[in-house]
Design a protein around this ligand. Structure first.
Ligand code: ATP
Ligand code: MG
Length: 546
């Protein structure tokens, strides 16, 4: 992805807001011009008084005061507009990223580091602010201001105007460009180190117990310190580069003004030109100096932009169909299904079975044999490589995502508990499920008694930071969640393998007693668990055997 393409892609977001941006640019040019008018007018007036010309001092004072006021108001409005545009665009881009994450689904996101994703939706998006608020319109503002100031000076003397133009081009174009070229890698390296530190912190938090148990504190701390030091190193490089740039910008400004002064004297130009030209030059650099740091800032922004672009270009593993209607489950059938995650590494082949309504089928097999993969195919995280999965004689791929989720309920080895009330943990913010229905599901999952004994009942907040739950309680919440959603086809992937024997027996007995009229696919490597199903198959040698 070249930067030009990236810029084009980013600019496409600005298009709908171009009139606002035009307003911001106009205000920016006005605010820069009045800043130049103040010293130039003051100098010209001083010169005229000095030469004995009679002037209306009051009128000039009024003009100067007006310029000051205009500067303040125009600058405020320009900044307001630019940031308003930028943050609106960031919100739009964030929404697009979330939509894309949803589209990519578990299949594509499963392989990503959570640190990367979090960086994408936080830091990366934020970094684009530099482009939208501090690049697009400042570049246009600088162009406009430069044309006006150089044009104005050209009326006095063309040679001096060209020197001013050269100085402004050095500060606004050459310096940022060379700094960008020279330090291109810094942006990418900084980003990588930033993600690495993020990822390490998150992993460490998630594995606190293991770190404690295996006495890894010192190693982990060292690792964090190392990653922090790497990040600091990159940060220092960035700061250094910024300072060098700023100094170079200021030096160019002073040098240009000096050259203009010396040449004006040397060429024996009129006194007014000798006064106006250097002052115009000294005050005319504001807009290009604003671009001076761009090379540096855009390094980060483009690195972030490229990552967001790459994420947005990813193609989802599946696209859902359009069949929206819900229907009673009649039959699930798999015909000659084969699947592999990577080419040439077949996980499943020749998978054939049929599930009739109300049937309970158990699927066993060794760890890594492909049992969970089978569930993922039924959930349409992935499409089969060949063969067909049908529901009521319709291909699974014809169903919309909503229809599929209404048809299938999934429960896994571990139930994720959100940091919210038990009520919302069971109905997952689906307001269509009433509190009474949640309570009924909890009763069927045999956890209602436990919930009712809590001081806040269903309103008790649970989850990582709040009250934590036992594995058995978690799984019962999982069952309640599944029952509250009331899908006709239940996919149970090792629902009890996290539990001890007694807990397992008790959960299995709940499942057999309370699940009525549902079709169930139960996956487990434990024969004792599979025993609750009427029929069992085993994944062995990539295929299903009795
Ligand atoms: P377990 O009993 O341990 O849960 P399983 O039978 O459910 O095992 P699967 O999770 O289906 O096994 O995995 C089957 C094989 O596919 C394994 O070798 C696993 O490493 C591989 N695998 C799983 N997910 C992916 C993936 N996203 N990309 C590549 N390979 C994968
Ligand atoms: Mg599994």
């Amino acid at each position: 992805m070249t930067n030009l393409n990236l810029i084009r892609w980013l600019l496409a977001f600005v298009k709908p807001l171009r009139w606002l941006m035009a307003g911001a640019v106009s205000l920016g040019i006005i605010s820069n011009i009045v800043v130049i008018i103040i010293p130039v007018l003051a100098a010209v007036t001083a010169f005229q008084i000095f030469s004995g010309v009679t002037i209306n001092l009051t009128a000039i004072m009024i003009v100067l005061i007006c310029c000051g006021v205009i500067r303040g108001v125009a600058r405020y409005c320009e900044q307001y507009l630019n940031h308003n545009i930028a943050f609106r665009l960031l919100a739009i881009i964030r929404e697009k990223i979330f939509a894309q994450l949803r589209l990519l689904g578990p299949a594509r996101l499963g392989g990503k580091k959570s640190g990367d994703l979090i960086t994408a939706i936080t830091t990366d998006v934020e970094a684009l602010e530099v482009f939208f608020a501090h690049t697009v319109s400042p570049v246009l503002i600088a162009c406009g201001t430069t044309i006006l100031t150089v044009g104005f000076l050209a009326r006095y003397h063309l040679g001096l105007a060209l020197i001013l133009l050269a100085g402004q081009l050095i500060v606004g174009v050459l310096l940022p460009f060379f700094s960008y070229r020279k330090h291109q890698q810094i942006g990418d390296h900084y980003q990588k180190n930033f993600v690495a530190l993020n990822q390490a912190v998150m992993e460490d938090i998630a594995s606190l117990q293991d770190i404690d148990q295996y006495n890894l504190q010192t190693e982990k701390l060292l690792e964090l310190q190392q990653k922090g030091a790497n990040l600091n190193q990159q940060y220092r490089l960035r700061l250094q580069q910024g300072s060098v740039l700023r100094i170079a910008g200021e030096v160019t400004l002073i040098a240009t003004s000096l050259i203009i002064l010396v040449l004006a004297v040397f060429w024996q130009l009129p006194m007014e030109t000798i006064i106006v030209a250097p002052i115009l030059s000294l005050s005319g650099f504001g807009s290009v100096l604003a671009l001076n740091g761009l090379g540096n800032d855009l390094l980060m922004t483009f690195a972030s932009g490229r990552r967001i672009y790459a994420l947005m270009q990813e193609v989802p593993a599946v696209t859902f169909g359009t069949t929206d209607k819900t229907f009673a489950l009649d039959e699930v059938s798999l015909q000659d299904v084969a699947f592999s995650y990577e080419q040439g590494k077949t996980i499943l082949e020749n998978i054939n079975f049929t599930l009739k309504p109300g049937e309970w089928l158990g699927i066993g097999g060794e760890s890594g044999s492909g049992k969970s993969t089978l569930v993922k195919l039924l959930m349409r995280y992935w499409n089969p490589e060949s063969g067909q999965i049908d529901i009521n004689q319709n291909n699974l791929s014809e169903l919309s995502e909503e229809a599929l989720h209404q048809l299938e309920g999934l429960m896994e080895q571990q139930t994720f508990i959100f940091e919210t009330t038990l009520l919302e943990n069971i109905r997952l913010d689906n307001a269509a499920i009433s509190q009474a229905a949640v309570l009924k599901a909890a009763e069927e999952a045999e956890i209602a008694e436990w919930i009712n004994a809590l001081p806040d009942g269903l309103q008790t907040v649970v989850g990582s930071q709040a009250r934590s739950l036992s594995d058995g309680e978690r799984q019962r919440i999982g069952i309640a969640r599944m029952l509250a959603y009331d899908a006709p086809l239940l996919l149970l992937d090792e629902p009890t393998s996290n539990l001890d024997y007694l807990n397992e027996r008790s959960i299995l007995s709940t499942l057999t007693k309370k699940i009525h009229g549902k079709t169930v696919l139960l996956i487990s490597h434990r024969p004792t668990t599979l025993a609750i199903t009427q029929k069992q198959l085993h994944v062995s040698g990539k295929t299903l055997k009795p």
